[in-house]
Design a binder for this molecule. Structure first.
Ligand code: NAD
Length: 431
């Protein structure tokens, strides 16, 4: 017998999105010497809702699901942010994504705060009817925790205009007859014809493309002939690729949840989109390109890399192998802090998520105004307004980054946080 004990060494914890967003926030807060009381408030979320709710499945059995809504901050206006249906949705993911929304809406100069939520679920294993019942029951359970002047959800990963239509209908059904139509803007990203905005479907991807175009123009370059890769070929990835291709850029690699394909001679965006549609949403087996190992995807030869899927995709494990000189963050939080340090050391430019993908929430703001004012806006006018707003933000961020000799992410965070700080200083803290 020996009294020696084997003590297991603690395993290093995997960095999560929440660690990243907090580190990004603190680094910008240090740079702008943020008021310490405002720092305390912004370091934590205002409200966190976790709901377990039952739904009857097609086979008659009941399943219990877990849904989240985290409201980070509303100093500038109602909470705003998407709903994600994915197995990785949990309280920390919702907290991180809600914080990014606060910075994003502030940076874009919108009268909104930040929130995020979703359901921990793999939606691909449920029928359309089951997804409708899951969505409606979650909406009902959220009750007055959402509302057109309080907290306004929108689509995110694995949710779309159909999901938003179910939410709007359920929420409006809980109101008295005369109040119903006043509540349509409880969600944005609804189908056109049911309160939706022309062009909201492409707003995020269009914004991603625009920020890349602005960057090229600033550097006296053209997009013609530039090679790009896209991780995630959903709403954001597809539309960004669509607009880049229209400008003469060449899509050479795509990765989705099912696999990765590449072709250095170019992949036709619409062909891949139509193939995916006919193939249960998967790009695997696309005949115009060859399959490749997922782990090598970010090392593909290209000029521009667009991560447009999930968070924490570019890390210390792959940042050294990236060939692109520009990363345009279509996704929220795709680059972790360690990965970013390596990219910066290597002189690779990052257009940060809170600016790069902000076309979506700007489009959502237009939809909200359209519903609130009883108007119907036209596509041309919408895309023009979106471009103007994004160009203003881009100019502000690049100017701030050059004046202060800091990267674009720290510049974007600094501008966003300073706007919220000002609101707190002006109005004080109750009581
Ligand atoms: P989507 O559901 O339409 O598409 C997601 C795509 O990512 C799909 O092609 C899916 O196959 C792929 N994917 C999922 N897991 C993957 C993995 N592990 N590896 C590679 N690919 C994977 O979602 P979306 O609306 O396009 O959102 C994509 C990203 O953009 C998310 O980070 C989201 O938060 C962000 N975003 C979306 C919007 C919007 O308006 N939809 C706005 C701003 C930011």
């Amino acid at each position: 017998m020996t009294n020696e004990q084997t003590v297991e060494k603690p395993k290093p914890l995997k960095r999560g999105m929440l660690d990243n967003v907090l580190e990004q926030f603190n680094s910008a807060a240090d740079k702008i010497d943020l008021n310490p009381n405002v720092r305390k408030i912004l370091s934590i979320t205002n409200t966190e809702i976790i709901i377990h709710f039952p739904v009857r499945m097609d086979n008659g059995e009941v399943e219990v699901f877990t849904g989240y809504r985290v409201q980070h901050n509303n100093a500038l206006g109602p909470y705003k942010g998407g709903l994600r249906y994915h197995p990785t949705v949990d309280i920390d993911a919702a907290r991180a994504l809600a914080m990014w929304m606060t910075w994003k809406t502030s940076l874009a100069g919108l009268p909104y705060g930040g929130a995020k939520g979703g359901i921990q679920i793999d939606p691909s294993i449920y029928s359309k009817g089951e997804l409708e019942r899951i969505t409606r029951r979650f909406t009902y359970a959220l009750g007055e925790n959402i509302g057109p002047e309080h907290d306004i959800p929108a689509p995110d990963v694995n949710t779309n205009d159909q999901t938003m239509a179910w939410i709007a209908d359920t929420y409006m059904s809980t109101k008295s007859t005369s109040e119903r139509s006043k509540n349509q803007h409880v969600v944005t990203g609804k189908p056109v014809g049911s309160g939706g905005l022309e062009g909201r479907d492409r707003a995020t991807g269009y914004g991603v493309y625009l920020t890349i175009k602005f960057w090229s123009e600033k550097n006296n370059e053209t997009l013609k002939g530039k090679k790009f890769i896209v991780q995630g070929f959903g709403n954001v990835g597809y539309w960004a690729a669509h607009f880049l291709e229209n400008e003469g850029a060449l899509l050479v690699g795509v990765q989705d949840a099912f696999g990765s394909v590449q072709n250095q001679k170019g992949i036709t965006v619409e062909d891949l989109f139509n193939y995916g549609k006919a193939n249960n949403g998967s790009i695997v087996g696309f005949p115009e390109a060859s399959a490749m190992e997922g782990k090598d995807f970010f090392a593909l030869d290209c000029d521009i890399c667009i991560p447009a899927a999930l968070g924490n995709q570019i890390t210390k494990d792959n940042a050294r192998s990236i060939k692109a000189s520009l990363i345009a963050e279509g996704a929220n939080g795709p680059t972790d802090v360690e990965g970013e340090k390596i990219l910066i050391e290597r002189g690779i430019t990052i257009i940060p998520d809170i600016m790069c993908n902000s076309g979506g929430v700007i489009g959502s703001y237009f939809e909200w105004l359209q519903n609130r004012n009883g108007e119907l806006w036209q596509m041309d006018e919408i895309l023009e307004k979106l471009e103007k707003k994004l160009r203003t933000t881009f100019k502000k961020v690049t100017a701030y980054s050059e004046e202060n000799n800091i990267d674009m992410r720290t510049a974007a965070f600094s501008i966003a946080i300073a706007r919220i700080e000002k609101a707190y200083i002006l109005r004080g803290i109750f009581p």
